[in-house]
Design a protein around this ligand. Structure first.
Ligand code: ADP
Ligand code: MG
Length: 263
């Protein structure tokens, strides 16, 4: 492990985002340290995806400060993007690819959507190893369009792990998975987490019940502001969820997961 456990990977201080006079985020404080796993939750439109875009270096804050690896926000966002893996449920361009799944995973190493040169042997071996870890090794010769949604999501995790990121981020990754597919995906994610202790993760979802049990921290957003932040069990409470989601929520706990029931 090259990074000390206390090292800050992302440090947002009083971050605000305004788009065309509309406040999307206000006064957001959020930091992630090496190896920490954070869920970002909140209703639709509360600003989760926007916050993730700041963390991933795709958007600069309109106010406040965003630092990465202890450098301030003048740091090259290109470099920030390279050290962050991103998995979302939207993969349109890759789906049309005629390349094999193995090539798609390998291309993640270069931050490109396709390969233009024969990659070095070690790079291909790494891709195969990651695919085996995630239980999708046997698909390497297929096209992405020939896989189920759940299998595709695993390929995308393998792909995003190729550059050896310090942070892996997910935006509603289970949005189009059925129940079984979702559980398989979450298992794959757990395997990756257990094999990479220093890897930090951020998992964005509006669905509380899919937050993997290995996530120990949560940030709850409401209307672009942080409503609560810290230890999962302190943030994901009936009181907090009822206020943020504006319905009466009771929580059932099962195997380190939280299942909200609405009356
Ligand atoms: N580029 C944009 N232009 C204008 N409004 C936007 C833009 N991106 C997001 N928004 C608005 O910001 C709010 C938060 O969006 P988003 O971060 O996508 O929320 P979430 O991911 O929590 O559903 C929403 O009201 C959305 O309509
Ligand atoms: Mg979103």
């Amino acid at each position: 492990m090259s990074k000390k456990s206390s090292e800050l990977i992302v440090d947002l201080s009083r971050v605000g985002v305004r788009i065309k006079d509309k406040k999307i985020l206000s006064d957001v404080n959020f930091s992630v340290r090496t190896g920490e796993r954070w869920a970002i939750v909140g209703p639709n439109g509360s600003g989760k995806t926007t916050l993730l875009r700041i963390v991933n270096g795709y958007l600069r804050p309109s106010s406040g400060r965003a630092s990465f690896d202890r450098e301030d926000d003048e740091v090259e966002l290109d470099r920030v993007r390279k050290r962050t893996g991103f998995v979302s449920s939207f993969l349109d361009t890759l789906l049309e690819s005629e390349d094999s799944v193995l090539d798609i995973v390998v291309s993640g190493k270069y931050g490109a959507t396709r390969l233009w040169e024969v990659p070095p042997y070690e790079v291909v071996q790494r891709a195969r190893r990651l695919m085996r870890q995630l239980g999708c090794g046997k698909f390497e010769d297929r096209r992405l369009s020939e896989l189920s949604q759940g299998e595709r999501q695993k390929i995308l995790i393998a792909r995003s792990m190729m550059p050896d990121p310090v942070l892996l981020t997910f935006d509603e990754p289970c949005a189009s998975l059925d129940l079984g597919g979702r559980e398989l995906f979450l298992k794959g994610l757990e395997t990756i987490a257990k094999k990479n202790h220093s890897l930090s993760m951020i998992y964005v979802t509006h669905r509380i019940d899919e937050i993997p049990g290995i996530f120990e921290h949560a940030l709850l957003l409401m209307k672009g502001r942080v409503f609560a932040s810290g230890a999962m069990s302190k943030v994901i409470t009936e009181e907090n969820l009822s206020k943020c989601y504006e319905v009466n929520v009771t929580i059932k706990r099962w195997n380190d997961r939280y299942y909200p029931v609405v009356d």
